[in-house]
Design a protein around this ligand. Structure first.
Ligand SMILES: [Zn+2]
Length: 272
């Protein structure tokens, strides 16, 4: 049964992912979310069979059917990630009652917002305020609605948002004097704090920080090796520890890992 529901939720995720692609693309561009999708190269309006999540991209080998222009990998990647994430959420929070269903949908909504933030941050190196505040206030609101979370919240968890808002600045000050984390990351941490509570929120930030630091070092290494030769990864430019590796995606990855695996790095979860 869980297998069939899992596939259903996966397909639902693919469809939501395809919608998120549209949101990511049209956010802040002045265009509306509505309106038919079209090819950016030849301007041809796309048929329904050219808009099937994942499948259209595979069948058309990543090219527009009319002008053969390459379609960005972002589309299938976002669709697939959303599908997998949604299915993992169902596995981690199986539905046995209507309350479970509420929790599942709440998590799926939060995850959708986080996916848009992730891709937007990767593309533009900025975290849109509207999205990050929606995430923070939905999470804060949910603390007061017991039906919306799988775990019990305590008084400390109300403070989690503001504490974690300051936490990246502390880490920043502690570890590097460069402008490694921005205000957007702090706003994101505010939401993560309220979403996961104090103990797990701290865990998520630390985890995100470790993963981010690891990946940054790896990229620096790759760049060092590639220096003088053709750059291995386009857009790497002149990367330094101080420069702009978007940190939001790592914080979000940390938060999702903690949500699914209940990783408690500091052991605070048992104390609070
Ligand atoms: Zn085209």
């Amino acid at each position: 049964m869980i297998f069939i529901t899992g596939i259903f939720v996966f397909i639902f995720g693919l469809i939501v992912g395809s919608f998120l692609n549209v949101v990511i693309l049209r956010y802040n561009t002045g265009t509306t979310i509505g309106g038919r999708s079209y090819c950016f190269s030849c301007g041809k309006t796309l048929h329904w069979y050219e808009l099937i999540p994942l499948l259209s991209f595979l069948i058309q080998l990543g090219k527009c059917r009319s002008c053969k222009a390459k379609i960005s990998w972002q589309y299938p990647l976002v669709e697939l990630s959303t599908g997998i994430l949604f299915a993992l959420t169902l596995l981690s929070f199986p539905v046995f009652s209507s309350r479970d269903l509420f929790i599942l949908f709440f998590y799926l909504i939060i995850e959708s917002i986080l996916i848009v933030i992730t891709v937007y941050d990767l593309r533009h190196k900025i975290i849109p305020d509207a999205l990050v505040y929606t995430f923070a206030f939905l999470s804060l609101g949910a603390i007061f609605v017991p039906a919306l979370h799988a775990t019990r919240y305590t008084f400390y968890d109300l403070l989690a948002g503001p504490i974690l808002f300051l936490f990246p600045f502390f880490l920043l000050w502690f570890i590097s004097k460069g402008r490694w984390m921005g205000l957007g990351d702090a706003k994101l941490s505010l939401g993560i704090g309220w979403f996961l509570g104090l103990a797990y929120g701290i865990s998520a930030i630390i985890l995100g920080f470790w993963i981010g630091a690891g990946v940054s070092l790896l990229l620096l290494l790759v760049q060092k090796i590639a220096k003088g030769k053709t750059p291995l990864i386009s857009g790497l430019g002149n990367l330094t520890m101080k420069s702009e590796i978007p940190f939001g995606p790592f914080l979000i990855l940390g938060a999702l890992l903690v949500l699914f695996l209940r990783i408690d790095i500091t052991g605070l979860a048992n104390l609070l």
